[in-house]
Design a protein around this ligand. Structure first.
Ligand SMILES: [Mn+2]
Length: 241
């Protein structure tokens, strides 16, 4: 056995921005990632979606099923949040925490109105079945690891992630007219989505990966360990921005 073969296989952590039901682009992106990672052991590759798998785009059901089937992780986006809130099917403690804290943190002015009606969500729930629906319910609000933080929208600099209300985490873009990450001074890199109008943004400690695929932009992935950006172009513009 050579020294090299005794070495532990490296691991890779891949973040993917807002898919919004763009299944074709997701599959193309995954194919690119697979080519790039052909020398990495499959069990060493962790793929983490930054939320908003559903909403706006053409294939929300198929995207949810694909991510679930492949045992990947997704954060809760504002669209999954709206879906669960509309169906009144949210874990109680999160709603309670929001009720307690909402007077402390003003909701971002940029919070979009709910774009999907209750009948739309009910139809999606019916098409997903219990398995897909429960998968959405399992999405974490944030992930705080030793070497990164992942959130859908962002967080408030004066509050810990655990203290920040869910609606704020999934919706925030700006605080006092500045990007929320302007106030973030932590060392861990924060990966976030949700801000297609800002687009791809790579800073030392904050990386925004919503590059507006559903608006005819790109679907983006970023590899934590190698700092590699991987993108595919949208096949078309599915909705107007
Ligand atoms: Mn979003």
């Amino acid at each position: 056995m050579t020294l090299k073969s005794k070495k532990q296989s490296p691991s890779r952590t891949v973040f993917i921005g807002d898919v919004h039901g763009c299944l074709d682009e997701l599959l193309e992106l995954i194919a690119k990632i697979n080519v790039l990672m052909r020398d990495i052991a499959p069990h060493k590759i962790k793929i983490l979606f930054l939320g908003d798998l559903i909403g706006k785009g053409p294939h929300p059901k198929e995207v949810i099923e694909w991510v679930h089937h492949h045992h990947h992780i997704s954060l809760l986006g504002n669209h999954e949040w709206s879906y669960l809130m509309a169906l009144k099917d949210f874990p109680d403690q999160r709603t309670t925490r929001y009720q307690l804290k909402k007077h402390l943190i003003p909701t971002s002015k940029n919070t979009p109105p709910a774009v999907n009606s209750l009948p739309h969500y009910q139809a999606l729930k019916a098409s997903l079945g219990a398995e897909g629906h429960n998968f959405i319910k399992s999405f974490p609000l944030y992930i705080d690891e030793e070497n990164f933080i992942a959130v859908h929208g962002g967080f408030h600099p004066h509050f810990s992630l655990a203290e920040c209300p869910p609606e704020f985490i999934v919706n925030v873009r700006t605080i006092d007219n500045k990007p929320w990450h302007h106030y973030y001074t932590g060392k861990k890199t924060v990966f976030y989505g949700h801000w297609a109008a800002q687009g791809l943004l790579i800073k030392k400690n904050a990386i925004g990966l919503d590059s507006g695929c559903v608006y005819g932009g790109k679907l983006s992935a970023y590899v934590l360990e190698t700092k590699t950006l991987i993108q595919v172009k949208a096949r078309r513009r599915y909705v107007a921005i």
